[in-house]
Design a protein around this ligand. Structure first.
Ligand SMILES: [Zn+2]
Length: 506
């Protein structure tokens, strides 16, 4: 309810700028929200040196494996040393702390501002990368950790996700320090070491530390979608999506412990079948659809850019409320549920991800376990989800426990606030005006969810400051042939350089 009134007042204040006071119900403004009149800025970057440094960075195999005991401390240690050697002014001027519980491989940098009374800004990125799937190795055009520079690209794991962002931030900072720049407000960098497994050791711990240190964080930026032409269904143009809210994360283990036995004399129902039935019920009991505030904002910005015939529906979504579902909103559900990505935006998702039972062909296993992963909408806490699962199963033999470092759905960052405007301005300064900028609801989540879920840092905006050529290029994230255009990497550095200037107006 609180968030809804925030949505209402934000939209109402936006309206007040464009329309004279009129009946709210009939005169809902649905004109374009795109910022006008921003001039492109060219930033001169030492592109060759920067490309070499990112290429070197890729060589450190800072992998996050699902098995957390399989962890290469030396890779992180050496990478930290490499950062220190590569960015001397950064490491001379900024305070660097190594944090994490239990493993201290995440980095917090503090760049003291001229005015310490201003709440700080945080730039986030992560050092870890996903492993290379063995079966995909032969599809790589280069060694995945070679950092090869060829055909105008820097190749390798981490070149897009997400060492590019760490290094673009550090390159820009080194440039700024060379020019004698000091920011008005303190700027912090938080570079996690376990984002790819949810950030329980790194970002969560960093959020604990910074929550103690600061009452309020003015602005957080972290990775998410890069700029891609055609990334948004229905829009062919180049689009920059700025994440303003992230879903939560909960994994439940469902287990049955019963009688095993010899396969020559089976009972009427085996543990495997009992568990399979339970899991089937959980999958069938989907959480109901609702429209998240971030989705309403998204369509307020995106709607006017979509084909006119569809606009009444998007307008209904943008201006709807949580108390009633209108016919047009019902139609919106029907459109969105046809695609698994857009469907995930509508509810707490239920994904059965693991099923373990049995070790021998003639032995009935005495136990069986399954894991179901949920990505919650606001309000669906672990307790709510456990209740939902228990009710769906209706079988007292099943035990249910939360096995995740669960995180709740986050707050919603203000898309009418100065932080959002500053990002849009910087995007247009870097990539020009031939693109659409819109807030969006992130159905996954990155390290910054540990901040955004807390009230001291709700205004988290997520985007990856890189222009991709096509949607196909996006497959490099976690896939094969991850690579970044050298020239584009240069623009990314320019983006952060410009953002550091623009922060002064925040
Ligand atoms: Zn990432």
């Amino acid at each position: 309810m609180k968030k809804h009134s925030r949505l209402f007042t934000s939209i109402a204040s936006a309206l007040a700028l464009t329309a004279s006071v009129s009946a709210w119900s009939d005169e809902q403004d649905f004109s374009s929200m795109q910022m006008q009149g921003i001039e492109k800025v060219e930033v001169q970057v030492d592109l060759e040196g920067a490309a070499q440094r990112l290429s070197q960075a890729v060589k450190f195999q800072t992998i996050s494996n699902q098995d957390r005991s399989d962890f290469d401390e030396a890779a992180f240690h050496d990478y930290h040393q490499f950062l220190e050697d590569s960015y001397p002014l950064v490491h001379k001027t900024l305070k660097r702390e190594k944090v994490g519980d239990p493993r201290p491989f995440s980095l917090i940098y503090t760049w003291e501002g001229k005015n310490p009374s201003l709440p700080p800004a945080i730039f986030m990125a992560h050092q870890d990368v996903v492993p290379i799937a063995e079966e995909s190795r032969d599809q790589w055009e280069v060694e995945p950790f070679s950092g090869d520079i060829k055909d105008g690209y820097i190749w390798g794991r981490g070149s897009l996700d997400d060492k590019n962002q760490i290094h673009a931030i550090l390159e820009a900072t080194e440039m700024k320090l060379k020019e004698g720049f000091q920011p008005e407000r303190t700027i912090l960098f938080v570079f996690g070491h376990d984002e790819e497994v949810g950030g329980p050791e790194g970002a969560k711990h960093a959020a604990d530390i910074l929550e103690q240190r600061y009452d309020e964080i003015a602005f957080v930026m972290d990775e998410s979608a890069p700029l891609i032409p055609g990334v948004f269904p229905g829009i062919r143009e180049n689009t920059a999506l700025i994440g303003i809210a992230q879903k939560g994360f909960v994994s439940l283990e469902i287990a049955i412990n019963g009688m095993g036995g010899h396969s020559s004399q089976p009972a009427e129902e085996s543990n495997i079948v009992a568990l399979a039935k339970a899991v089937e019920k959980v999958e069938a009991a989907q959480f109901p659809y609702k429209i998240h505030d971030a989705v309403r904002y998204q369509y307020r910005f995106m709607g006017p850019e979509l084909p006119e015939a569809q606009q009444p529906m998007y307008k209904a979504v943008a201006y709807g409320n949580d108390d009633t579902v209108t016919d047009l909103e019902q139609k919106f559900f029907e459109v969105m549920e046809q695609n698994q990505v857009t469907r995930a935006m509508l509810h707490t998702t239920t994904a059965v991800t693991m099923f373990n039972a049995g070790v021998k062909d003639n032995v009935l296993p005495p136990a069986a376990t399954a894991v179901v992963n949920f990505r919650p909408m606001p309000g669906d806490t672990p307790e709510v989800i456990i209740e939902h699962v228990k009710k769906a199963i209706g079988d007292k033999r099943m035990t249910i426990r939360d096995i995740s470092a669960s995180t709740p759905a986050t707050n919603v960052a203000d898309p009418h606030g100065e932080g959002y405007k500053m990002l849009e301005k910087t995007i247009r300064q870097t990539w020009g005006n031939d693109l659409i900028v819109s807030p969006f609801f992130v159905i996954g989540g990155s390290d910054s969810k540990h901040f955004q879920a807390r009230d001291f840092a709700p205004d988290v905006y997520t985007m990856t400051a890189i222009q991709l050529e096509s949607v196909k290029e996006f497959e490099g994230f976690h896939g094969v042939n991850e690579r970044i255009l050298v020239e584009e990497y240069g623009r990314s550095i320019g983006f952060f350089y410009q953002l550091m200037d623009n922060l002064n107006n925040l």
